[in-house]
Design a binder for this molecule. Structure first.
Ligand code: SAH
Length: 238
C-alpha cells in the first residue's frame, strides 16, 4: 500500500487512490473530493499537498498521508458508522481535514449528523478553522451544534456530545483511553493506532449490540503519539 498515489490536484489524488484500490467506496471518494487537501496542507508545502505522504504542520504534528486518511474513512464506512445522521469524534484533529471529510459523510451542513474534532494544541485548532473556511466550508462553522473544532485533551473524549457512532484517533496510544471506550455507542466503531514509538497496529474496536467490545488489528502504521501538550512541546521529547 501507499507512496504511489501522487496526484496533480485533489481530484487526481482521489482518482489515484481509487485506481490503487485504497479507496473503494464512492461515498468516501466523494467526501475526499469535496475536501481539497491543498486547503489543509501548510502554505510552505502546498505544492506537495497531492502527494501521498504525511506533511509536517508544526508542533511535532503532521497531516497524515492521503492513503492513511482513505483507509480510516473506509474502515468507518464499511461498518455503516459514518452514514448520514451519525455522530463522529475525531481525536487529534490537527488540520481539520478528516473532520471535514466526516462532516461530508454524515451531512453536518444539512443538519443531519454531528462531528467534533478535538485537538490539544490551540494554534492548530485555530488554523484548522481557517483551513475549513479556505475550503469553502464556512457554513459548517456556523452550525455549532453539528460541527465543532475544539481545543482539549482528546484522551478524555468529548463527553458533552457522547456517545459517538465513530471515534477516530489520529495519534498513537500505548493503551486505549478508557474515556474513549466509554463514549463509543452501541453499534459504534473506534479506529486507533495502538503501540509505542517504533510503530503501531491500527486497531479497530467495535461495540457490539450486547455492549461488549470486539477488537482486531487492521495493519501496521506509524503515527505521532497521543500525549500531553507539555510532552508534545517539550524539547527533550522524541
Ligand atoms: N488527523 C490530523 C492530525 C494527525 S497528527 C490530520 O491528519 O490533519 C496527530 C494530532 O494529534 C496532532 O495534531 C497532535 O497535536 C494531536 N494530539 C496528540 N495528543 C493529543 C491529545 N492528548 N489530545 C488532543 N490532540 C492530541
Amino acid at each position: 500500500m501507499a507512496w504511489r498515489c501522487h496526484g496533480v490536484d485533489n481530484a487526481d489524488l482521489v482518482r489515484q487512490l481509487e485506481r490503487h484500490g485504497i479507496l473503494k467506496s464512492a461515498r468516501v471518494a466523494n467526501a475526499m473530493r469535496a475536501c481539497d487537501r491543498g486547503n489543509y496542507a501548510p502554505t510552505s508545502s502546498r505544492d506537495e499537498a497531492y502527494e501521498d505522504h504525511p506533511l509536517p504542520i508544526g508542533y511535532r504534528a503532521t497531516i497524515s498521508a492521503p492513503h492513511a486518511h482513505a483507509a480510516c474513512l473506509e474502515l468507518f464506512e464499511r461498518a455503516g458508522v459514518v452514514a448520514r445522521g451519525k455522530k463522529v469524534l475525531d481525536v487529534g484533529s490537527g488540520t481539520g481535514y478528516l473532520s471535514a471529510c466526516f462532516a461530508e459523510l454524515v451531512g453536518c451542513e444539512e443538519g443531519a449528523g454531528k462531528v467534533v474534532g478535538i485537538e490539544h494544541i490551540d494554534a492548530l485548532t485555530e488554523s484548522s478553522v481557517e483551513n475549513v473556511k479556505r475550503d469553502g466550508k464556512g457554513g459548517l462553522l456556523d452550525a455549532v451544534d453539528a460541527f465543532r473544532l475544539v481545543t482539549g485533551d482528546g484522551r478524555d473524549g468529548y463527553e458533552k456530545m457522547a456517545p459517538y457512532d465513530a471515534i477516530h484517533v489520529g495519534a498513537s496510544a500505548e493503551e486505549i483511553p478508557e474515556a474513549l471506550l466509554n463514549q463509543l455507542a452501541v453499534g459504534g466503531r473506534m479506529v486507533i493506532p495502538v503501540g509505542g514509538s517504533n510503530g503501531q497496529a491500527l486497531t479497530v474496536i467495535d461495540r457490539l449490540r450486547d455492549g461488549s467490545l470486539r477488537k482486531r488489528d487492521e495493519m501496521g502504521v506509524m503515527y505521532v503519539p497521543l500525549t500531553s501538550r507539555d510532552e508534545q512541546l517539550s524539547p527533550t521529547r522524541f
